[in-house]
Design a protein around this ligand. Structure first.
Ligand SMILES: [Zn+2]
Length: 305
């Protein structure tokens, strides 16, 4: 788990054949979606309150395998004025997890010329390890600015003091790994934390708002400039959540509230027509939301070159 390996793995000179970054301009603000890689997980986690036959039908309709499939891990970099804001930090490289296709963020930031030392702010949608892990990779903290601000909801930090896992449905080992990552994150970055209650303006046109649900402090980030709007919804929306917004995701600590939050946000997105990006939607996860009967439909953008 050394930074050297993550920074220079492609010394063979072989270019990645699948793109891992996608740029969007929101008025005066630059938004860059970067893939941290993928995370294979059992498909039951898609909707642990759904009938197995219904899950199987959805997977079949999507041409996805029945047992496990790869969740995307999207991270966003926002540049507004003189601030460079990293929204979430990917999974990192914990060797105990044996998830070698994730944890690509640091080297991909470097590949697009974003130096860790140029990041002025980090916004965390929540403190699950697939959102804070990149900050825990050896050597990363030393390369971040000493005055780096990390914005996270106060309710999130409080939740992880005594986290409730009684409503989740995760593979064995995950609760302990999540607890450990959140604890380590807080210990390492306590002095950088800038807590907010419900909403905080991180930069001109960049506002983080607490939604709760997925975790008590789960938050989304809204980017707005001129007529353009984009929402980074973190883990409020998953690929299955358009057709089945009421399916409980295995990582949701309060799944009923998470489903309410999902429906509220999807309605808002369908109404405003703004762009949506979410952590676990297939890369680059840039698209619109439409209403489809009593559910929703995901409409990916046509790539803009
Ligand atoms: Zn996540």
């Amino acid at each position: 788990m050394s930074l050297d390996n993550t920074l220079h793995p492609a010394k063979s000179g072989r270019e990645e054949l699948v793109p891992s970054r996608y740029a969007v301009r929101i008025g005066e603000i630059d938004v860059l979606v970067i893939s941290d890689g993928v995370l294979p997980l059992p498909t039951a986690m898609l909707g642990h309150n759904a009938k197995p036959a219904d899950r199987a039908a959805w997977l079949g309709d999507m041409f996805l395998p029945q047992d496990a499939f790869d969740w995307a891990l999207n991270v966003v970099v926002v540049r507004s004025g003189d601030q460079t804001i990293l929204i979430d930090a990917g999974l990192g490289l914990d060797p105990d997890l044996n998830l070698p296709r994730a944890g690509q963020l640091i080297r991909r930031l470097e590949a697009v010329g974003i130096d860790l030392g140029s990041v002025t702010d980090v916004v965390l949608t929540h403190m699950h390890m697939d959102h804070v892990g990149g900050l825990l990779v050896d050597g990363v903290k030393e390369r971040l600015r000493p005055d780096l601000r990390i914005h996270v909801a106060a309710a999130e930090v409080k939740f992880w003091e005594e986290p409730d896992f009684s409503h989740v449905s995760m593979p064995p080992g995950f609760p302990d790994a999540l607890r450990a990552a959140a604890k380590k994150f807080r210990k390492e970055y306590e002095s950088h934390l800038r807590l907010f209650d419900d909403e905080y303006k991180v930069a001109p046109g960049v506002v983080v708002s607490r939604t709760g649900g997925h975790t008590p402090g789960h938050s989304v980030v809204r980017v707005a400039s001129g007529k353009d709007r984009l929402m980074f919804a973190g883990d409020a929306v998953f690929a299955v959540g358009f057709e089945h917004p009421d399916w409980f995701n295995g990582f949701e600590h309060d799944p009923e509230e998470a489903a309410r939050v999902r429906v509220r946000l999807l309605r808002e997105l369908a109404e405003t027509g703004e762009l949506l990006v979410a952590t676990h939607m297939p890369f680059p996860s840039v698209g619109h939301v439409a209403v489809d009967g009593d559910a929703f439909r995901w409409v990916p953008v046509f790539w803009d070159y």
